[in-house]
Design a protein around this ligand. Structure first.
Ligand SMILES: Cc1cc2nc3c(=O)[nH]c(=O)nc-3n(C[C@H](O)[C@H](O)[C@H](O)COP(=O)(O)OP(=O)(O)OC[C@H]3O[C@@H](n4cnc5c(N)ncnc54)[C@H](O)[C@@H]3O)c2cc1C
Length: 470
């Protein structure tokens, strides 16, 4: 049998890789998806997006029940959590979707190849060879290769994860709900786990090195999150430099400095949530012309690396947010380009951010500060959820929608939401910006009543001081 030469071989089956594989199959490309693990889906499905959101849903329901009296529910005081069943439900969701991915690969005629894939250098006669370790095959040949090897949690120097020192992996499958938890880092991962475990009754303390929580978000969003977290009883220190993490009999002791003052706090566990490192070592990059900047792969608008025929997508790519949907769209761009079909390059200012803590955060485009830095004359609209009737109905009044617009033409430069369903609501803003709608276009868009989405209508009207409900 002659050796198969694939049109594209994809290394890594996270959301970037599996999306690329499915679309490649749809476009008629002969496709191989290489995965080192026994299951498809990567970080997002197994130890990222999906399990965290499953736990956040448990947390939300539990919070509602705890406040049951307000909703007219009786005898809720004795409600307790069955941690085993919560874990079982979470795993059931993961398993269902992992199976779904296998089905989608079959449906789209993608060959799933088990093994650890490594680049071997430039193409020879237009064909690349990917070396395989740990599987049945020794190598795969393909005209194009897409590297989507993803990322791993960064660790503090000299430390390794164990039962007390946790990354996103261990914290998702704890044997019991910890009595206390220190979270180092207040990016999306840190604030989501802080939110989950606080709802489950853990005493949570966040330590953030920068002067505010969720530092990539608009400053007002950070401020509101800090206010609500204080109200929820989540302790926190910003501008906090962690100096030492030590094991104690009871768990861990973390020493940190704020304003030159050193202090030590103790807890049962510590979660290290200080960012994700790209998995770009030991994949054969050094044998190619691929350019790497601080571990991240540099690409052009079609996700091409500097090595002809090799593309990179997902968390390993320089200059893109490490988010599942960003990697998934990058996968679609790459394979569409390989298939020679018309491609729309990704506009980084239209990639939504979504943080599913309570209250949720959804954002897209420029923050107020970034818009001003870019030289825009900025006009702001802001509408609080306290004035939205659906927010009253669902009992979630925290937060607001903030629209950053250009004063001259009413161009929508950025939308920043903190509050109920913010991660869903942001889709309207992304679509509006993708279609280059102005604030005025939003003002004439009829929104159903009563909905949280109406807050977007009010927020757009508030840019011109015309909000109806506030
Ligand atoms: C706790 C947590 C929560 C998150 N929540 C969200 C969220 O709600 N929304 C969101 O958009 N993003 C979220 N993220 C981020 C999201 O998980 C990542 O952006 C996404 O998984 C990146 O996709 P990827 O395909 O680039 O890589 P990954 O998902 O990391 O997948 C890489 C895959 O490649 C495989 N692999 C690696 N090297 C090789 C090799 N050499 N050969 C074969 N296989 C290999 C790995 O086994 C893995 O399966 C979260 C992350 C974490 C940690």
């Amino acid at each position: 049998m002659p050796e198969t030469i694939y049109d594209v071989a994809i290394i890594g089956s996270g959301p970037a890789g599996y999306t690329a594989a499915i679309r490649a199959g749809q476009l008629g490309l002969k496709t191989a998806l290489i995965e080192k693990d026994a299951v498809l889906g990567g970080t997002c499905l197994h130890v990222g997006c999906i399990p965290t959101k499953a736990l956040l849903f448990n947390a939300e329901v539990f919070d509602h029940v705890k406040e049951g009296a307000e909703l007219g529910l009786e005898n809720t005081a004795g409600v307790t959590l069955n941690w085993g069943n919560i874990q079982k439900r979470k795993q059931g969701i993961i398993d269902k979707h992992a199976k779904g991915l296998q089905f989608l690969m079959r449906k789209n005629k993608v060959d799933v190849v088990r093994g650890y894939g490594k680049l071997t250098g430039p193409a020879s006669g237009g064909v690349h060879t990917v070396a395989l370790e740990g599987g049945e095959q020794k190598s795969i040949k393909a005209k194009n290769v897409i590297l989507s090897s993803g990322s791993v949690a960064r660790m503090l120097p000299g430390m390794a994860a164990d039962e007390q020192i946790l990354t996103n992996i261990e914290v998702l499958s704890l044997k019991d709900i910890p009595k206390s938890l220190i979270v180092i880092g207040s990016g999306a991962v840190g604030v989501e786990f802080a939110s989950i475990y606080k709802s489950f009754g853990t005493d949570v303390t966040i330590l953030e090195m920068l002067p505010r929580y969720v530092p990539v978000e608009d400053e007002e969003v950070s401020k509101e999150l800090a206010r609500v977290y204080r109200k929820r009883g989540i302790n926190g220190f910003v501008s906090a430099r962690v100096e030492k993490v030590e094991k104690t009999k009871a768990g861990v002791a973390v020493t940190f400095t704020v304003d030159g003052k050193q202090q030590t706090i103790e807890a049962e566990k510590v979660l290290i949530a200080i960012g994700r490192a790209p998995r770009t070592e030991n994949v054969g990059i050094e044998k190619t012309k691929i350019k790497v900047e601080r571990g991240y792969v540099e690409v052009d608008g079609y996700m091409r690396t500097a090595e002809p025929g090799i593309y990179a997508i997902g968390d390993i790519v320089a200059g893109y947010p490490q988010l599942a949907h960003s990697g998934a769209m990058a996968g679609i761009v790459a394979v569409t380009h390989i298939a020679g079909k018309p491609v729309k390059k990704i506009n980084k200012l239209r990639i939504p951010g979504a943080t599913y803590c309570h209250p949720e955060i959804g954002s897209v485009g420029l923050t107020e500060a970034k818009a001003k830095e870019a030289g825009y004359e900025v006009k702001i609209g802001k509408f609080p959820f306290t004035a939205n009737s659906r927010a009253s109905i669902v009992g979630a009044h925290e937060g607001f929608i903030k629209i950053v617009s250009d004063a001259k033409y009413g161009e929508i430069l950025g939308v920043h939401i903190i509050g109920p369903q913010a991660t869903e609501l942001i889709a309207e803003a992304v679509t509006a910006m993708e279609l280059e709608a102005t604030v005025e276009d939003l003002m004439w868009t009829i929104h159903a009543h009563p909905t949280l989405a109406e807050a977007m209508l009010d927020a757009s009207n508030s840019v011109y001081g015309l909000a109806i409900n506030a």
